[in-house]
Design a binder for this molecule. Sequence first.
Ligand SMILES: Cc1ncc(C[n+]2csc(CCOP(=O)(O)OP(=O)(O)O)c2C)c(N)n1
Length: 551
Amino acid sequence: MSNGANALIQTLVDAGITTCFTNPGTSEMHFVAALDTVPEMRAVLALFEGVATGAADGYGRMADKPAATLLHLGCGLGNGLANLHNARKGRVPILNIVGDHATHHVQYDAQLQSDIETVARNVSPWVRTSKNTQDLCKDAAEAIGACMGPPGQVATLILPADVSWGEGGVPAAPPVITPPAAADDATVAAIAKALQGEGKKAILLGGRALRTPALMAVARIAAKTGAKLFADVFPTRLERGAGLPPVERIAYLAELASVQLSGLDHLILVDAKAPVSFFAYPGKESYLVPEGCQLHTLASFTQDVTGSLDKLSRAVGADQATPVLQALKRPGLPRGKFTADKVCKAIGQLMPENAILVDEAQTSGIMLAMYTAGAPRHDVLTLTGGAIGQGLPSAVGAAIACPQRKVIALAGDGSAMYTIQALWTQAREKLDVINIIFNNRSYAILNVELQRVGAVGAGDKAKAQLDLRTPPIDFVHLGEGMGVASRRVTTTEEFLAAFEHALRTPGPHLIEAIVPPTLAGLKLRVLPYLLQSLANLPQPIARALKSAIAP
Ligand SMILES: Cc1ncc(C[n+]2csc(CCOP(=O)(O)OP(=O)(O)O)c2C)c(N)n1
């Protein structure tokens, strides 16, 4: 005879869910006690729910299967919402187990009572409060099936304390996952015709289309048809580097994205949405597909991406085509004045094969894609939903999913402070993560946005809302205080020494890079690169872009 919690954990591990990121409270104590009865389940404590959910996101992206979270009622779930939002946008599978008061206690509206289902619905299409111990594991199996997708999604199983402690729990069999169908013949034929016809064509890849099998298929199609390959602006997981097809990411700045997409006659979506501007700006377009461009969907979020691309490859006769692959090309070691781009260059020069780059560097990471393009194969995880505080937690999950791989997490100082407690979990679990925190003492990107949205009249009070100089945040003390070996660097040489040391020495590291905001660089250094990378820009467009970004 098993109680609900024991049977539930057994159901999870039987379905392959073997990691649970926890931040429990009293209502979850039976689940916590049951952890010891199921040795296959790894439980990882996070000191804030945003760390637990962000870790589950990073884990899901790298393990291609869900982790569970264990969260404490509506307030705990609410604390974890921003990173669940990022997972939702990235279509990452996560199974939330949210403890609740015992069913008979709800009527008293005790202190922690709240409407958990409403909190969950924002991020979780599948939500259920399990009503009794006998049905709990059936509910769990259904939740697991829902979150595995495709599309991957957040599913939330609310577990009342009495359902958890009640006897009579029976583990349920893993859900039967039906393999998704590939695009039908008519769709494939229509898209093949568009690709073989006149006009300028591009293929926009998102989600699972940015993984090796899909990338190889689409690169053959591109080689055969001349279609340009684009990736989502913020990919869930982008496999790139030497030996893989290079794919140009849609730019964050709508002004630049419009240039990338201008003149297109056909845009083919593969596990991606039509591109839109990240924010609305007065007088500027939100929808970025150029007028007159025909949109086609080869594979939607629910379909078989690689199967669809294989069919398209056959239809355009690309099976024997030679794809363009990225050559191994390191940028060289950086020298001279220390700036954020020197860090990016050093990473491009020194990062090992199979590294996982978690990029929440904001303005400091603008040059990262360029400097790492020819590095050995690696994965990049990005801020899919734009809710900051994702980087350091996501690194926790990625490192747990892939213990043999080096994780390099880049975070702005502002972003890092949202979920800095992730460092403690990294130390406790001895995770192989190098955290590089760009301390530019600013919400630098918001200074750019202040100009871009055309907000006039910003004075000292307004600017103070974007300024982190006083008091200066000391990340070395924060890191050391949570058990992570930490160093502050102020020169390129110091950075190189610290980074090389961290690469050689297993376990978590923190490097606090004191850098100037990249804002000035955005005008002087970054813009020319961005402009060059967007083929043959006519001068008027270049001028319009310059004034849009740095008026
Ligand atoms: C959850 C959430 N809160 C607030 C924001 C707004 N926001 C976007 S970027 C940013 C500041 C980022 O600062 P930092 O990480 O230091 O990078 P920098 O801009 O300096 O490069 C803020 C507050 C957000 N995107 N998500």
